[in-house]
Design a binder for this molecule. Sequence first.
Ligand code: SAH
Ligand code: SF4
Length: 384
Amino acid sequence: MIPTPPRPPIFGETLESLTATLAAWSEPAFRAKQIMDWLYKKRAVAWDDMSNLPKALRARLAEHFDIAPARCVLVKDASDVTDKLLLELHDRSLVETVVIRAPQEGVGQEHSRKTICISTQVGCAYGCRFCASGLAGWKRDLSAGEIVAQLIQVCLREDATTPRAREELASFDNIVVMGMGEPLANYDNLLRALAIANAPWGLGFGARRVTISTSGLVPEIKRLADERLGFRLAISLHGATNEVREQIMPINRKYPLEQLVPAARYFAERHGRMITLEYILIEEVNDSLEQADHLAAIAGELHAHVNAIPYNTVEGLPWKRPSITRQNAFVDALRQRGISVTIRREKGHDIAAACGQLRLKVEKDGKIEPAPARARALVASTAP
Ligand code: SAH
Ligand code: SF4
């Protein structure tokens, strides 16, 4: 039997592309806007929900487009601040999407600030030595529709689970592209997805509330800077000299610091905004005071904020998180040099930073089909 080719996800369509498809079907242009309204403003989950579309059109749309490209097969509530969703795609690939809640003083849980951490690839080709996402290599890029579908999945789940005083749809405050994969290696699909998230007919989500994290793809950082789209940039530095950085990040051989730092400066100058340097603290690898000194010099030159992240241990990898004393000494050394630095200690943030681990565990230990409960049990057995 010849397998049916997958239908493209409807969430990868722009108003323009959908209008063109409908025109080719001799449908009036206003139908495209109606469909977008159903998807993004009313959160339809099935074509038949779209009651103001003719039945024949609904059938044709169903034949051509996938309205459910990502199925949520597992949710791990890592703590009261983080939920990790494991999504299954049409080819059974698994990706992770994380919701991080930052409760706000004096208001209930439903008013906490919500950040969604999205994935851009299945696996990752860059092979950073400390990272679970890169362990099994790169499998494929996510399509724009699969990236948008992650946001939709989170919203649908929030709609269903969050108690709300009024009949309003769930939304979120920030998007961080820090999940599985290297976002700038899937540049076109990522930008198309973010354009859909940004569009008034889409999620209407402001570019300045989106942060893209990269391991340092120099040409793409410059390209993104030139597009001046307003997204924020975070660079995964993790080593403040070439010698230390290339031990843990193979990409540093291709784009060493003498190329990466000027590219980051170019981005900051074009945008007039502070960039963030992500720095995982790994014991005896990159957490010496000498590295702190070099890091302070780079951050000072770039006027960048440093986000220090205590390493989250990955099963099968030798790296360790430094003691609190060592973490504090590192951070204090940066502060003494006048660098703006935060250290992420909350459990939820650790889990978000270590995207890729849930998928790795589930794929290694067993298939999730047919019973998601099996995966749930597997993950529960490894819960911290
Ligand atoms: N590929 C991109 C984005 C995904 S990784 C990048 O590398 O920036 C998102 C962040 O999580 C990166 O800063 C990455 O270095 C960090 N990370 C990966 N594994 C981690 C771990 N085990 N503990 C803490 N942070 C980790
Ligand atoms: Fe890929 Fe980022 Fe993990 Fe490196 S840290 S392997 S670039 S996902």
